[in-house]
Ligand binder design. Structure first.
Ligand code: CO
Length: 468
């Protein structure tokens, strides 16, 4: 029996470079190869969202919407895909539905076809409105399950979640394994069951961190998956993904391969040269790290934690820090570790290790997460921690109400008139930059120097653990 071959999503332009060079690749380094990429025959290219929006404004002095326009112009035959963090959009806090709709409308207008929509806690309420707005815009609303392992995350849990996602109207489903935890056989069983229970196409996104991804992707193919995410070989493996050329070679014999391997080699060689420029952003991992299977610390997270400890002159505490993460995770009901829960748990772990005591200092975001502000927690909260959180919650002032679009429009108008920026004051995408990243957008429009991550302990926006 021949198995249907899955189509391929190329992720170099978003997740590949996000995982390997801290999302620093400039648009000018992408442009020369885009037309070639458009000829490959990918089902889609993941190009936008995740940390790229933030990084454009924060580090690259680029308007993320200008980058999207470049993609739209270059990819005539290939669908454009983005990663959307549910109610958090491409940021780190929740937004009102009016803002979510406005963001999605504009993303569609400037070229996005497929929206992969996830919530770090797998709370379906946090992805429902995005799915609705994408469908209203007649594009592909891909609902996502953020894969993790824990006593509460069993096969029944995943099937139910996937069914619920289909029921709220998702056009397709993604299994998102940001930490490379999905084992090949588990994946096979899961995909088989999902194919049996769901009618919508199923995509797999897994990372190479633990060394399982090639086998996991292959088993997904055997189980009848519809689409696999890969990254061109010169930006593959380590914290990133299975190499595009390798996966194609696993599926096809030399004679029957419909892909132009010479073209793929050309693309890979191009990015190989580009990668050299960004050497200083590379993580320290070589080969694979099987500790991830125990600690569940995802790709980008470990390298940043390492760097933070190094900056604090506490590099010797790394092992303690890594051990702390699963303990905290257990206490907070086994949340998956992905933006923003990865940052929240990472920051709290750092606190515990620096204090040499668990939960002596509690980060505000950690308190909020336990209190359900980011959505429903999958498991049970440790009662002892809950008590501490209840006590600490009393001293926190509620200062960050979610505002609607009208509120931001007025704020933006004021900002523009105060700074003689009349030209941008009516532009929806400039308004969105302002709403999503107020500080970075102001610096960007006022041509101030780029902000640096000087406060490395607190969880501020762009804390740096880019995990998605
Ligand atoms: Co990813």
């Amino acid at each position: 029996m021949t198995i249907k071959k899955p189509t391929i999503t190329e992720v170099i332009l978003r997740d590949g470079q996000q995982s390997l060079i801290a999302t620093r690749m400039k648009t000018e380094d992408m442009i020369p190869i885009l037309k070639d990429m458009d000829k490959v025959g990918y089902s889609s290219v993941e190009v936008w969202g995740g940390a790229t929006y933030d990084c454009c404004l924060r580090y690259l002095d680029e308007n993320p919407w200008d980058r999207l326009k470049v993609f739209k112009k270059s990819f005539k035959n290939t669908k454009l895909q983005m990663l959307l963090r549910g109610k958090n959009l491409v940021g780190y806090r929740q937004f009102d539905d009016s803002v979510i709709e406005f963001f999605i409308q504009n993303s569609i207008k400037y070229g996005i076809n497929i929206f992969r929509i996830f919530d770090a806690l797998n709370d379906i309420n946090n992805i429902e409105s995005s799915i609705k707005f994408v469908k209203k815009g007649k594009e592909n609303a891909q609902g996502t399950i953020c894969y993790t392992t824990s006593p509460v995350h069993n096969e029944r849990y995943w099937i139910k979640l996937a069914k619920d996602i289909e029921d709220i109207g998702a056009t397709s489903l993604a299994i998102k394994d940001m930490a490379g935890l999905l084992r090949p056989r588990t994946c096979y069983e899961l995909v088989k069951k999902l194919k049996k229970n769901l009618n919508i196409p199923i995509h797999l996104h897994t990372h190479s961190t633990t060394g399982l991804s090639d086998a996991t992707n292959f088993k997904a193919y055997e189980a009848g998956i519809d689409n696999i995410d890969t990254s061109i070989s010169s930006f593959s493996n380590l914290y990133a993904h299975t190499a595009t050329e390798s996966f194609i070679s696993m599926m096809y014999s030399e004679e029957k391969n419909p892909f132009d391997m010479k073209l793929l080699t050309k693309i890979s060689e191009y990015f190989n040269e580009v990668r050299k420029k960004y050497k200083k952003y590379e993580g320290s991992m070589r080969g694979v790290d099987v500790n991830m299977l125990i600690n569940q610390v995802p790709g980008g997270m470990l390298s940043i934690l390492e760097k933070q400890l190094l900056d604090l002159n506490k590099a010797d505490k790394l092992k303690l820090l890594i051990d702390e993460i699963p303990k905290i995770r257990k206490d907070v009901g086994y949340v998956p570790l992905v933006t923003p829960s990865s940052q929240i748990v990472g920051a709290q772990a750092l606190m515990n290790v620096l204090d040499d005591q668990r939960y002596k200092t509690l980060n505000k975001e950690f308190i909020d997460m336990v209190n359900g502000k980011y959505g429903k927690i999958p498991g049970d909260i440790c009662p002892k921690l809950k008590k501490k959180i209840d006590k600490a919650s009393k001293n926190i002032d509620i200062d960050d109400d979610v505002q609607n679009l009208e509120f931001y429009k007025n704020e933006f108008k004021e900002f523009c008139s105060d700074n003689q920026l009349k030209k941008i004051s009516k532009n929806p995408t400039d308004l969105l930059n302002f709403i999503l990243f107020p500080k970075e957008a102001k610096d960007f429009y006022l041509h101030k120097n780029k902000s640096t991550l000087n406060d490395i302990i607190g969880l501020q926006e762009g804390f740096g653990l880019y995990v998605d």
